[in-house]
Design a binder for this molecule. Structure first.
Ligand SMILES: Nc1nc2c(ncn2[C@@H]2O[C@H](COP(=O)(O)OP(=O)(O)OP(=O)(O)O)[C@@H](O)[C@H]2O)c(=O)[nH]1
Ligand SMILES: [Mg+2]
Length: 289
């Protein structure tokens, strides 16, 4: 991830800590996708600590900045995948077009199957036949079962069917792939609230988790999408995809610090094992490189 090498280069290039240093640091953070608000906040906090601890060398300033980042991430991140890992659950994946919802659903199915859970994929994106086929091929690849409806059918009835068979056959987890094409906020809200109310009435014993999937390579747009979904539905976490490309890691800090939503998983490729838990320690090791 480009951001980190740039951040290390930045500190190498400075001999003294002055106003220009803080301005340039803010710019570097913004270029690394940390976002303006968080970049300014971190530069301010660094300035306060540098003054308080009478720091003169930039190596020490870099360590202080890393501490500040780590504190922000630790405040939001959690060790667990979900709040209730041992209960029956419905995991909904939401997000706009093309961000990686279906792929992430498949990767998650593989993850939880490997952990010994009975997993069902739910093709609630009935918008295109191709979407249903795509999820079906993930079901085959991962050995998870799948419930699907007809193209153009009602996503609510697919969820309803999935819940009935989950109850009848004692599934641990439903992973629900939804459509990304409902750009209009009102349509989206209606669709999500319909699905949510079916889950609430038909499967009250299950814990519902909603993950917003966003594409890291879209930078601050990813954060804005997460913000918008968080406004219309109860979001429990973010899946940040496509971090294997040109994306900059700073977007993780922007999302966690500004939205107070944990980044639970990161996507590092298109393969079945290319989904990892977001790990603050590893992330910070990259910052300090
Ligand atoms: N490099 C890379 N590609 C990814 C990742 N996640 C998904 N993709 C690719 O991104 C493209 C879109 O992924 P999908 O899973 O179909 O996205 P979606 O959100 O379901 O898209 P719609 O259903 O059209 O809204 C596919 O080509 C995926 O293989 C990732 O972490 N890294
Ligand atoms: Mg899809």
């Amino acid at each position: 991830m480009g951001f980190f090498s740039k951040l290390s280069d930045f500190f190498v290039g400075y001999e003294q800590i002055d106003d220009e240093f803080y301005d340039d640091l803010t710019d570097t953070l913004i270029m690394g996708d940390v976002g303006m608000a968080t970049a300014e906040e971190m530069a301010e906090e660094l300035k306060a600590r540098v003054l308080k601890e009478r720091v003169r060398d930039t190596d020490k300033a870099k360590e202080l900045l890393a501490d500040i980042m780590q504190e922000k991430l630790d405040a939001i991140s959690s060790e667990k995948d979900f709040e209730y890992e041992d209960k029956k659950s419905v995991l909904m994946l939401v997000g706009v077009n093309g961000v990686g919802k279906t792929t992430s659903a498949g990767k998650l199915a593989a993850r939880y199957r490997a952990l010994g859970r009975k997993v069902m994929l739910v093709a609630a994106d009935t918008f295109r036949a191709a979407a249903i086929e795509q999820l079906t091929s993930w079901a085959m690849k991962t050995g998870a079962d799948i419930v699907k409806g007809r193209e153009g059918g009602d996503p609510g009835s697919v969820i309803y069917d999935a819940i009935q068979s989950a109850k009848a056959r004692d599934y641990d987890m439903l992973i629900v792939d939804t459509a990304g094409r409902l750009h209009n906020k009102k349509n989206l809200m209606n669709e999500l609230s319909k699905i949510n109310s079916i889950i609430r009435t038909e499967y009250p014993e299950a814990v519902k988790e909603t993950m917003v999937v966003v594409d890291a390579s879209t930078g601050q747009n990813a954060k804005e999408q997460a913000r918008e979904f968080n406004e219309v539905t109860d979001v429990s976490g973010v899946i940040l995809t496509k971090l294997d490309g040109s994306a900059k890691g700073g977007i993780v800090i922007a999302i966690e610090n500004e939205l107070k939503i944990p980044v639970k998983f990161v996507g590092l490729g298109e393969g079945v094992s290319d989904l990892r838990r977001f790990d603050v320690k590893k992330f910070m090791a990259g910052v300090l490189e």
